[in-house]
Design a protein around this ligand. Structure first.
Ligand SMILES: [Zn+2]
Length: 203
């Protein structure tokens, strides 16, 4: 999971709110506002080495295969429905369904959820290089509980993701001897995983 630092609410969003006074998220359907928001969030908060990444699974995503994710679900937390600080970008098309990340999480959310802007995900979860799985950082009860809750809620150990992480670790192990070579892999996304590998296995 990315650790994000929320930028301030962009002026174009403030203007939009003032102009249309939307009562809920459905009102954010004019002036291409969702696409503009995605582009802004990617650029300011979720871009690494020029590659935009899903806030949860970290894979590289673009405008067309991503959606605005309400970190606290908009159907449950009404007061965060239009709050910029609650928005991020997750993989999966707008209005679609998916087996991981924001679409999979849907309307579930408990306090144990590791919040990408309010918590430091790396203090709770880490990678298992041999298996490609994301696992709790330690056996500490609270850390384990929150990590397991979050991993399950987002399905971060879905086969597809686990396989890709494992492959990535094998490629890194076999081919990377310096930082320049490591940077080649940023095109796939997974910036936190790459940083982890650099720290743990590469000096
Ligand atoms: Zn994702």
């Amino acid at each position: 999971m990315l650790k994000i630092t929320k930028a301030g609410e962009p002026d174009f969003l403030k203007k939009y709110k003032k102009k249309y006074r939307p009562g809920n998220w459905a009102g954010y359907d004019r002036e291409n506002i969702r696409e503009r928001l995605k582009a802004f969030i990617f650029e300011c908060e979720q871009k690494y080495a020029e590659v935009s990444c899903c806030v949860y699974c970290e894979k590289a995503v673009g405008q067309d295969d991503s959606h605005i994710e309400h970190i606290r679900p908009k159907s449950v937390f009404k007061k965060y429905e239009q709050d910029y600080s609650n928005l991020s970008v997750s993989c999966g098309k707008d209005g679609g369904s998916d087996r991981t990340c924001g679409h999979y999480k849907a309307n579930s959310y408990a306090d144990d959820f590791i919040h990408p802007a309010e918590d430091d995900p790396a203090s709770f979860m880490t990678y298992e290089i041999m298996t490609g799985k994301i696992v709790p950082l330690s056996d500490d009860g609270k850390i384990r509980k929150r990590a397991e809750y979050t991993i399950n809620l987002l399905n971060l150990n879905h086969n597809k993701l686990v396989r890709f992480r494992k492959t990535l670790f094998v490629w890194l192990k076999n081919s990377v001897t310096d930082e320049e070579e490591l940077s080649y892999y940023y095109k796939y996304g997974f910036p936190v995983l790459l940083e982890y590998y650099k720290k743990e296995c590469h000096g």
